[in-house]
Design a binder for this molecule. Structure first.
Ligand code: NDP
Ligand code: 2IT
Length: 444
């Protein structure tokens, strides 16, 4: 079957799942040169198999709110591919979650995890539950109900979830607690746990730090660095906060942050003191970024996004399809030099095309945000050893992994005929590793 036919079949078989179609399309568009060089993948129908999840779970999540009312949400876990290791990938709690979002995330996770060099397959889960405005007790009761079902399907050698949008330290605590209670086992079934009870130091920082390490490696390769550069960041959650932190350490000036309600622009730069304010606002008070604008008397745009502000480097760290073709054109007109994707699939296909037609350096999500899952892999290793490594050891390894990923994707782009095209590089390198494993293991 041609790659075009496989794509058509994916659309037919998974109607209405637009984000999943988009993620599949991008990978299939990249792997044509791989299939030409590797007819053994064609004859074994590897592509037809890789686009079909190994297992998809959908379940009812009933819980009781603070008013005593029974509420019902939908839970998902898509166990997409375990050819190179146990399923691994985060859990997202957001009202927009439906099967198509979880499948796009799970599909991308297969290739991202392969790039880390660690033994992790791809999976993703979540729910349409909205943690916003819920009390801690409501979040706990929801997590306990969600985990009551998910416990049957996960385990340290089977499937190891972690956080994503709407799932941070608080939620991981409640989910892990319920798993331990139901199974009577204290084991590494989640990553992103508190370091006090089995988590890895450096995991909260890992995605944001890793994004900046990889972006910086890409800049270095072109004789540039982050020092004195102006950076725009979207989002103000886990990834955005630690991307900001590392940008400050590397001497860059970050001028924006956003959330689902709007965007702030601080032309003087968000310094360490203001960063402390953001952490308290977002992680403790769980407030809106608009309050930053009131606190520091800076510009705030309701529903706005950061891409219209002048910058050298743009780091989208909020959500999928948050940077479209028009935004890409504005960034370009304003002289952007590099874009690093902290979120999963934040740039639309039109935006990516615009970056690739020009000399903008573009680091795609599968490579750029792989730091989070990499340190998750290191957390799994520490749990298996029943040891904890120092922050410095974890961070050193993370830097090594991000450098390794940059090298792998650059080399693969060159090998498959388009030097510097890191989208091609990430998709081909990730695919090659998983496809070989599937071939070795027979028709399963
Ligand atoms: P958080 O929940 O900590 O933060 C998400 C941020 O993005 C918040 O500021 C949120 O605003 C904003 N946001 C969420 N949805 C939307 C939306 N539909 N429109 C506009 N803004 C939105 O999540 P993370 O920081 O963990 O995740 C951010 C991105 O990074 C996601 O794409 C995730 O898949 C990806 N990622 C995360 C990793 C991790 O380790 N956590 C690893 C690799 C990728 P608000 O507060 O208003 O909801
Ligand atoms: O998208 C991602 O890579 C994550 N949300 C982190 C996954 C993980 O298992 O740490």
């Amino acid at each position: 079957m041609t790659l075009e036919k496989v794509y058509e079949q994916v659309v037919d078989r998974n109607p209405g799942e637009e984000e999943f179609h988009q993620a599949v399309r991008e990978v299939l568009e990249s792997i044509e040169p791989v299939m030409e060089k590797h007819p053994e993948f064609v004859s074994a129908n590897i592509v037809e198999r890789i686009v079909e999840p190994e297992r998809q779970l959908i379940f009812r999540v009933p819980w009781i709110d603070d008013g005593g009312e029974v509420r019902v949400n939908r839970g998902f876990r898509v166990q997409f591919n375990s050819a190179i290791g146990p399923y691994k990938g985060g859990i997202r709690f957001h009202p927009s979650v439906y099967l198509g979002i979880i499948k796009f995330l799970g599909f991308e996770q297969i290739f991202k995890n392969a790039l880390t060099g660690l033994a992790m397959g791809g999976g993703k889960g979540g729910s349409d539950f909205d943690p916003k405005g819920k009390s801690d007790n409501e979040v706990m009761r929801f997590c306990q109900s969600f985990m009551t079902e998910l416990t049957r399907h996960v385990g340290p050698d089977t499937d190891v979830p972690a956080g994503d949008i709407g799932v941070g330290a608080r939620e991981i605590g409640y989910l892990f607690g319920q798993y331990r209670r139901l199974t009577n086992r204290f084991e590494g079934v989640f990553t992103g746990k508190s370091p006090e009870w089995g988590g890895s130091l450096g995991r909260p920082e890992a995605t944001g730090y890793g994004l900046v390490y990889l972006t910086s490696e890409m800049l270095k390769d072109h004789g540039e660095s982050l020092k004195d550069k102006t950076v725009t960041i979207s989002g103000s959650g886990n990834v955005a906060q630690f991307a900001l932190d590392k940008c400050l350490e590397m001497g860059a000036k970050v001028v924006t942050l956003s959330d689902s309600t709007g965007c702030i622009y601080d032309p003087d730069g968000i310094d360490r003191d203001k960063f402390e304010y953001v952490k308290e606002l977002k992680n403790v008070r769980r407030g809106r970024i608009q309050e930053y604008a009131e606190e520091y008397d800076v510009e705030y745009e309701d529903r706005g996004r950061p891409w219209k502000y002048e910058c050298d480097i743009a780091l989208p760290c909020a959500t999928q399809n948050e940077l479209d073709g028009k935004d890409a054109q504005v960034l370009l007109d304003n002289g952007v030099m590099a874009v690093g994707e902290g979120a999963n699939m934040p740039s639309t296909p039109e935006a990516i095309e615009i970056f690739q037609e020009t000399d903008v350096l573009f680091a795609p999500a599968k490579a750029a945000n792989a730091g989070g899952v990499s340190v998750s892999g290191l957390e799994m290793a520490q749990n298996s050893q029943r040891l904890s490594w120092s922050f410095e050891e974890v961070d050193d390894r993370l830097q090594g992994i991000m450098k390794g990923i940059y090298k792998t994707v650059s080399k693969s782009a060159e090998r498959f005929g388009d030097e510097g095209n890191l989208v091609l590089g990430a998709n081909t390198a990730g695919f090659m590793k998983v496809a070989k494993a599937m071939l070795d293991q027979g028709v399963i």
